[in-house]
Design a protein around this ligand. Structure first.
Ligand SMILES: [Mg+2]
Length: 429
């Protein structure tokens, strides 16, 4: 009854991606226990295999594992998202050359449609992909192959566990698929979170193989059409297609401050800086925003609490930094209250439309708008060539005492001329 899919999906996933990005530019970190910390160096967001085997879980606050860090000499790095984002772009560009269709699923994961490659040995082809990505970008990746996206995801999980040397696990032509599924716990399946896992376990379903055997109607009643789809996909019937990268529905720029902020002046600088960053992203996607939301909040666990946000509709949708900053600061002044220690602020741009399809207004100054566009184009070009933040609005401030702390951050090796890696020869030149 269930048609077997004749398609082949590959899920490519960067191994310990953030850590691998750091190792590319600092080979001395190879083989050492390394962890990457979240904003303000708070929690663990990425771990090398060595750190995983020390039993330090993802998301742990650093202070709780301080003793392990000291005992095992663990290298702790601040997160460097500029570097990770740029390395991700390089990996994705490389992958794009290997398949006619690709879905970028996260910063370090992509699905490839390899259906047209069924005539050749896809395992060999996948190894070739791993080798090329490693050679061109320095990033190690693992690949799972399957007849459906769900099986490809599971295969990737197995590639990391069972095949660390080759990095490829093929479930697309696996005669022992049932055996593999009987050894995979349901929680290892894509889309089965802890809530669904508990329900399934209570019904006596512990493994992927058992999940394949369930009654369709029962599954649908209990877990809806999404649950049923997962079961079909496990049985080898492809229900999920590659999705084109969805255009952003909104753009958010927000961060915790490095230290608490009290004055309106500091808040204004931070909001201006976040708005600038969001506007850059807008222009990068050739979009304009119709609505801007600004929010500020204090620490919710310590001291007097205050959270507020307000949204303002722009008279004409735009992507001009000074104009957006003016609106954002207007909003901020309305929600700011003196006497609080603010911990976080942010800017959300919404109602995004293509920049060439903006609805004008009768009283809009068009010549001014044209000049603004030129200015933004020049600013983006300079920042693109000379490194981000070379030109910026004075409203963003010079000192930026509120900035997020990155005490142990590596350099922006690939996106800043000033931070290029330096090569030294043996005689020290
Ligand atoms: Mg990964």
């Amino acid at each position: 009854m269930n048609r077997q899919s004749n398609r082949i999906f590959a899920l490519v996933d960067g191994n310990n991606f953030y850590v691998s990005c750091e190792r590319v530019f600092n080979p001395a970190l190879e083989g050492r226990p390394i962890l990457v910390m979240s904003n303000n160096d708070g929690c663990v967001v990425a771990r090398s295999n060595e750190v995983k085997s020390l039993g330090i879980p993802m998301g742990t606050p650093i202070f709780k594992v301080r003793h392990l860090i000291e005992r095992h000499n663990v290298v702790c790095l601040s997160s460097n998202y500029t570097l990770y984002g740029d390395m991700s772009r390089r990996v994705m560009e490389t992958l794009g050359g290997f398949a006619p269709k690709m879905e970028i699923y996260s910063i370090d994961e992509a699905f490839l449609d390899l259906t047209g490659f069924a005539h050749c040995d896809v395992t060999v082809y996948a190894r070739q992909i791993c080798d090329t990505v490693r050679q061109w970008t320095g990033i190690p990746v693992s690949i799972g192959l399957g007849r459906t996206k769900t099986l490809a995801k599971l295969a990737n999980h197995l590639a990391k566990k069972a095949m660390p040397a080759t990095g490829v696990y093929n479930l697309a032509d696996a005669p022992d698929l049932t055996v593999v599924l009987s050894q995979a716990p349901v929680e290892a399946i894509w889309g089965i979170g802890s809530r669904i896992q508990k329900k399934l376990n209570r019904a006596g379903i512990m493994t992927a193989a058992q999940l394949c055997e369930v009654d369709d109607t029962w599954m649908r009643t209990k877990f809806g059409v999404t649950g049923l789809r997962t079961v079909w996909e496990l049985r080898g019937r492809s229900c999920l297609n590659l999705e084109d990268a969805a255009p952003n529905k909104n753009i958010l720029c927000s961060k915790s401050f490095g230290r608490s902020v009290e004055t309106l002046e500091d808040l204004c600088e931070s909001i201006a800086a976040y708005t600038s960053r969001a506007a850059e992203k807008l222009r990068g996607q050739k979009l304009a925003a119709g609505v801007i939301t600004v929010f500020i909040m204090t620490n919710l666990f310590r001291g007097p609490r205050y959270v507020n946000y307000r949204t303002c509709e722009l008279p004409v949708a735009c992507n001009n930094t000074p104009e957006l900053i003016t609106h954002a600061l207007d909003v901020l002044r309305r929600i700011y209250r003196q006497g609080y220690r603010y911990k976080k602020a942010g800017v959300l741009l919404d109602q995004l439309v293509p920049e060439d399809r903006v609805q004008g207004s009768l009283f809009d100054d068009i010549s001014n708008r044209r000049r603004g566009r030129k200015l933004m184009a020049i600013m983006d070009a300079v920042n693109d060539q000379m490194s981000a933040g070379t030109l910026f609005s004075a409203a963003c401030g010079l000192e930026r005492r509120w900035k997020t702390r990155f005490g142990q951050r590596s350099f922006h090796y690939t996106t800043s001329w000033a931070e290029l890696p330096i090569v030294r020869t043996k005689n020290g030149e």
